[in-house]
Design a protein around this ligand. Sequence first.
Ligand code: NAP
Length: 258
Amino acid sequence: MLLDGRVIVISGVGPGLGRGLALQCAKAGADVVLAARTEERLEEVAKEVRALGRRATAVRTDIRDQASCERLVRETLDAHGHVDGLVNNAFAIPPLQDLLDVDVAAVRRGFETNVLAALSLTRLFVPALVASKGSVVMVNSAVLRHSKATFGPYKMAKSALLALAQGLSTELGPRGVRVNTIAPGWIWADNLKWYFDLLATERGTTSRQVYDETAATIDLRRLPEPDEIADAAVFLLSPYARAITGQCLDVNGGEFHH
Ligand SMILES: NC(=O)c1ccc[n+]([C@@H]2O[C@H](COP(=O)([O-])OP(=O)(O)OC[C@H]3O[C@@H](n4cnc5c(N)ncnc54)[C@H](OP(=O)(O)O)[C@@H]3O)[C@@H](O)[C@H]2O)c1
C-alpha cells in the first residue's frame, strides 16, 4: 500500500482523471479530500472511495477564489489533521484556436485557473506539507511535447504550469517537500469517447475505427485509461519517489518520447 495512512487532496475531481486519481489514491491506502465546484459529483466519487474502505471528504471549492481555497485547507485539517499530498488536477481548457486569432482575454482566463490558481492553492497547503514532508503533483499534458495548430493557448498555460512545478521544487526542496508533474496524452474516458463518437459520425465510420487509427500512433497501441495515469501520480506521491522532485513523468503509452 504505497499511500497507507496518508491524506491526499485532489483539486478538480471531474468524471475523468480526477475521479481516477481519487480511486487509485484510495486503493493505495490514502484518505482523500475531493475539491471541485460540482457538489453532486464530489459526493458520487466520495461514495466510491468510501466503498473502498477509505475516508473521503468532499469540499465544494472554486480554486480561483482565495476564500474558497482557505476553506478547503481548513476543512481538510479539521477532518484529517494533516496533509501528505496535493494533486493539482483542475483545469479549464482555453479556446482551441491559433494564437494569431484567439481572444487574449480568454487566454488570460485560462491562465487564472490553470496556472495562478494552482500556485495560490499550493501556497496555502505549504505549511501542512512542510509539516508532513509531503509532496505535490501537477497534472500537465502531452501538449508540452508538440506544437500542433490551435493548441497554442493550451500549450502556453501548461508550459507555465511546468515552470511553476519546477520553481516550487527548487523553493520547497530545502524544506523537504517534493513537487513533480505528470503529463498524460490521450485519456480514454467519457469526454474522449464522446469526441470519438462525434468524429466517427462526421466521417461516416465507427468510433472503434477512430480509436484504432489513434492507437496506431502510440507504441503500446492503446489509449491509456484514467487509473493507469493516476497510478503514476500515486507513485510520485509515495515514498518510492522520495528522491524525485522537479521532474515531469510522461504517461502517454509511448506516443511521444521525452
Ligand atoms: N482529458 C484529456 O484527454 C487530457 C489529456 C491530457 C491532459 N489532461 C489533463 O488532465 C487533467 C484532468 O483532465 P480531465 O479531462 O480528465 O478532467 P476531470 O479530471 O474529469 O475534471 C477536471 C475538473 O476540474 C474542475 N475544475 C475546473 N475549474 C475548476 C475550478 N475553478 N475550481 C475547482 N475545480 C475546477 C471541473 O469540475 P467542476 O466544474 O465541478 O469544478 C472538472 O470536472 C487536466 O489537468 C487536463 O489538462 C487531460
